[in-house]
Design a protein. Structure first.
Ligand code: SF4
Length: 502
């Protein structure tokens, strides 16, 4: 199979850089549902432009290219070992080319393998079938949305919804609770795969395989088809909205399967995927490994642009912040302000925050802004270049953030999904703000990076290192200010009330 590795490399590249048509169609349908000029409307505009830029430049749609998960069907006689080896080679090469971020971390040592290969990564699901060709489907699902997956053992009590019993009404409550609980942390609007029944481990696996269905298909089981339609309608009434900013589009797809269960168990498993729903597939010739056709695509239909306008239109009302930032400038900001950042900033996420709790920073952070971001970076000669640089989910830094702000004089934190009460109180006391970037908009933000000025703590791996960036017109929205206001707390409260009304 001389073409097998190159075919799989093409599958990985296309999956990471070109959103499938059904997801594009769902996002195109979502866009007019939000009012232009609102935070939700702006988020969808930026996302649309980002999808187009990624396609045009064959660059990662989101910097978190996730856990590569392959679903392989093959005729008898085809070797799993050969496919596994070729897929691993393709994954390593895609990482070297910057189509995948190095994402495989040893869970005991914390060391990043650097090539997306390691113990149990990538993930393979092999199955034989009676057709003559090989079929390979690939899902790239990032950590932010993976962390918002949820599993319920019913009966259970759910906030705002009361008791979920062992029937379809109970299942409906669990699914709605999962969408509500995700808020913006999984980069809403999302799509969910659900499994009713099975055991804990297989229930989650089956929920994820529902994400292999196209968003516009019809469930062959009428009862489940009805439930899917009802969830879509109700979830979009809760008001979580794009990025959790509040709005009418929280969900772009809901796909549900049912599996038999043990008499004693009743699980509802929900796999949440973000708007950057990267899933593609190919059919391969079993003799040569060449691609015979693409799945999820109509070869007669060209890729359509998602954005309605070129670039993101600025209104002139944006506030420009130049780093280092003064306390007065930060205290003047309020929730809802759109801020353009110029100057220097540093990335810092899980490893950096853990490090800063025990060690002084490698640079002076007074007046600085830290960006919760694990970028895709490539080195050409001695210079690093930013290939993808959207925000990561900030809530993971909640235990550390207020201390890091107070200790080192930070004035701003950029991330997505918002942070909690401890950080909000710390910002009020120290004089700092939370600036929300648009989750998944990795190309939009990579374009705002003028230069990589340096890197510290690279021993943590590329995504976890502290990158020193020079940025221009880096667009963010204040969602937590230094006066104790949090858009995230407001939306969570309002949506909990709306959930109770369903
Ligand atoms: S769009 Fe958001 S949730 Fe999805 S992979 Fe990117 S950062 Fe993670």
């Amino acid at each position: 199979m001389q073409f097998l590795t190159s075919s799989l490399l093409e599958l990985i590249t296309q999956t990471s850089t070109n959103l499938p048509p059904d997801v594009r169609a769902a996002m195109a349908k979502a866009a007019p549902m939000e009012t232009p000029g609102t935070q939700a409307g702006q988020a969808l505009e930026i996302i649309a432009g980002n999808v187009d830029t990624a396609y045009e430049g064959e660059a990662a749609i989101c910097q978190d290219t996730g856990m590569p998960t392959f679903y392989v069907h093959m005729p008898p006689g085809v070797s799993q070992l050969v496919i596994r080896k070729a897929a691993c080679e393709a994954v390593a090469e895609a990482t070297r080319r910057g189509k995948l971020r190095p994402n495989s971390v040893d869970s005991l040592t914390g060391k990043n393998s650097g090539n997306n290969l390691g113990e149990e990564t990538p993930i393979f699901h092999f199955e034989q079938w009676e057709e003559n060709e090989i079929e390979v489907k690939l899902i790239l699902k990032g950590g932010g949305c993976e962390n918002t997956n949820a599993q319920y053992s019913v009966p259970c009590e759910l906030r705002s919804l009361g008791r979920a019993d062992r029937n379809l009404e109970g299942v409906r409550k669990c699914i709605l609770h999962a969408v509500w609980q995700a808020q913006g942390q999984g980069c809403a609007p999302g799509a969910i795969g659900v499994c009713i029944g099975s055991d804990r481990a297989h229930g989650y696996a089956l929920a994820k395989t529902q994400l292999l269905r196209t968003l516009d298909d019809m469930n062959p089981n009428p009862e489940l088809a009805n439930l899917e339609a009802r969830i879509m309608e109700e979830a979009n009434r809760i008001g979580v909205g794009p990025m959790g900013f509040g709005g009418r589009v929280s969900l772009i797809g809901c796909k549900i399967a049912a599996a038999n269960r043990l008499p004693a168990s009743f699980f509802v498993s929900v796999a949440y995927d973000c708007w950057a729903f990267r899933r593609l597939g190919v059919r391969l010739d079993p003799a040569s490994g060449a691609i015979t056709r693409w799945l999820y695509r109509d070869p007669d239909r060209p890729v359509e642009k998602l954005a309605k306008t070129e670039g993101f239109p600025l209104t002139g009302r944006e506030i420009v912040l130049t780093t280092p930032v003064s306390e007065a400038a930060v205290r003047a900001l309020k929730v809802g302000d759109v801020v353009l950042i110029n100057g220097e900033m540093y990335t810092g996420r899980d490893s950096v925050h853990a490090y800063l709790m025990k060690n002084p920073p490698p640079v002076d952070l007074h007046g600085a802004i830290i960006y919760h971001c694990g970028p895709v970076m490539l080195k050409e000669g001695e210079q690093w270049f930013t290939k993808a640089a959207g925000p990561t989910t900030s809530i993971r830094e909640e235990p550390y953030q207020a201390d890091v702000i107070a200790r080192y004089g930070l004035r701003g934190v950029i991330g997505k999904g918002g942070m909690g009460a401890k950080t909000l109180a710390g910002m009020k006391e120290s004089g700092a703000v939370y600036l929300h970037a648009i989750g998944g908009a990795a190309q939009f933000y990579a374009q705002a990076v003028e230069k990589v000025l340096g890197v510290h703590l690279l021993e943590f791996g590329v995504p976890e290192a502290m990158w020193h960036l020079q940025v221009k017109n880096f667009l963010t929205i204040v969602t937590m200010d230094a006066h104790g206001n949090s858009l995230h707390a407001e939306v969570e409260k309002a949506t909990a009330e709306a959930l109770a009304q369903l």
